[in-house]
Design a protein around this ligand. Structure first.
Ligand SMILES: Cc1cc2nc3c(=O)[nH]c(=O)nc-3n(C[C@H](O)[C@H](O)[C@H](O)COP(=O)(O)O)c2cc1C
Length: 201
């Protein structure tokens, strides 16, 4: 692959994504790991919201959420998702599309345990995406779960991770006069090699 030098170099798109994210962490004011996660509902209507990317594994991207949320229904229903990472400070984006599966084993337990106690209890108290009568009702629920579960709550069964296993990853960097650089990596299965192409801006 000639021409794919400097910030686009390398043979592993996950390592490249990790590299770009590490760079963004030094230049973004906050949440360099925030991704816009796109899903589709049972009518084919797209939906999108921010979540925090928590892990870039050797072959997947992982984030955490509530399994009763709207996004969880859409992810479980379609089994597919896309997301974009965009860093204004670097003028770069990474776009990912792929298959989705739940991460609700030891890795989810470990991540849940690493969160602050208030966040762990908050996960128990929130029925994410369902109607809420008032802020006071939520705080009452927090007080209730705090009394019930104490200082060492287990991971709620309705809260955990999703793993996105990409079939496509695109790296984009701003160029002068809108002549941006784009490289898309595609593969037909996790046991297949990546095919890399430069795209028109
Ligand atoms: C910067 C940012 C990070 C967020 N991170 C998460 C996250 O990691 N997990 C999550 O469930 N919601 C996160 N949220 C809230 C979601 O955007 C969204 O409001 C919520 O998950 C409900 O989405 P849904 O109704 O489509 O399921 C974040 C919001 C912002 C603005």
């Amino acid at each position: 692959m000639s021409e794919r030098g400097s910030i686009f170099a390398g043979e592993d798109p996950f390592a490249l994504a990790r590299q770009w994210l590490a760079e963004a962490e030094t230049s973004e004011p906050n949440d360099a790991n925030a991704i816009a996660l796109a899903t589709v509902d049972s009518d084919g209507l797209p939906d999108v919201r921010m979540v925090l990317l928590k892990e870039i594994e050797p072959a997947a991207f992982v984030f955490y959420t509530n399994y009763g949320s709207a996004k969880a229904h859409e992810l479980d229903g379609a089994g597919k998702a896309a997301f974009v990472l965009h860093w204004k400070s670097l003028r770069r984006q990474i776009r990912v599309r792929g298959a989705v599966s739940r991460e609700d084993g030891p890795l989810a337990d470990e991540y849940y345990a690493s969160r602050s106690l208030k966040s762990r209890l908050g996960a128990w108290a929130s029925r994410q995406s369902q109607p809420l009568e008032s802020r006071a009702a939520l705080m009452a629920e927090v007080a209730k779960v705090t009394a019930r579960l104490g200082p060492n709550p287990p991971r709620p069964p309705f809260w955990g991770g999703y793993r996105i296993i990409p079939s496509q990853i695109e790296f984009w960097a701003d160029g002068a006069f809108r002549l941006h650089d784009r490289f898309v990596w595609r593969r037909e299965g996790t046991d297949k090699d990546w095919k890399i192409e430069r795209l028109n801006p």
